[in-house]
Design a protein around this ligand. Sequence first.
Ligand code: SF4
Length: 314
Amino acid sequence: MTIPVGVSSCVLGEKVRFDGGHKLSRFIADELGRHFRFVAICPEMAIGMGTPRPTIRLVGHPDRPRVQGTKDLALDVTDQLNAFTQQTLPKLANLCGYILCAKSPTCGMERVRVYRENGDGLGKVGVGVYAKALMAFYPNLPVEEDGRLHDPLLRENFVMRVMAYHQWQQLKAKGLTTSDLMAFHRQHKFLLLAHNQPLYRQLGPLIASASKDDVMAVAEQYIGRFMAALKHPASKKDHANTLMHLQGFFKKVLSGAEKQELASLIDDYRQGLVPLMAPLTLINHHLRLHPVPYLAEQSYLHPYPADLKLRYGL
Ligand code: SF4
């Protein structure tokens, strides 16, 4: 599988940082690299700053800072970075996700330090100029930072969003139809239920209203709300409720003891005694023995490649 995902070059181990170093993440380069085709971009190198280079930082109003030299106050690369960003972003429409390097005045997704013109710190209240433009240009694109991907919950959530968005991008590339839209909604039913149950019910009527003439307009509305919902990680309670929903599909084929076993496992998961993988493995086992086509296509049961072991930490 080759899923195109943008990445800050330094996170892949390229020696492009101001000090000639890198910020290699083994998880990103090696494990995600097995499934993602990375598009590595270093905006500071791309505008010719070279390496090693003078350090830069965000200066001025946090909403519209300049990017200036930390020591060399005459250095201002704001316009060059903005020009590069404007040229580059339209070329990235096929990406299904983006991994940014944290804290950078260029690539930082959040909590980047901002300074007043007199050098006083305003705190971690900024966003890197490239990162900010990227997220505004592609509001539905799953975006994460290298450091945050150490958190099992955020890691799982990011990869799950990339996989869902990849499927969406493929549908768009081939020309989305109303039946594609309905199938996408159906296949992601339990994923949506786990992340935002009320929204699942709202999106049904929205796609049902789509016609051949306005399918793209409805699809844009749909995917915006869908991706926003997935961004909020599901809680144990949400997952447990979704698992119970899935359990209901087997009530006629499981024995009393099997039902009890599954119910106990879901309860153990809810209490934090076993990971999400435990009840899901049992549900997948029952699904193999008692096939339910509607469940077999559910992304919730197989949201990403199993070798990433993302649900072991949930
Ligand atoms: S954070 Fe961004 S600009 Fe800085 S070295 Fe990494 S890729 Fe380049």
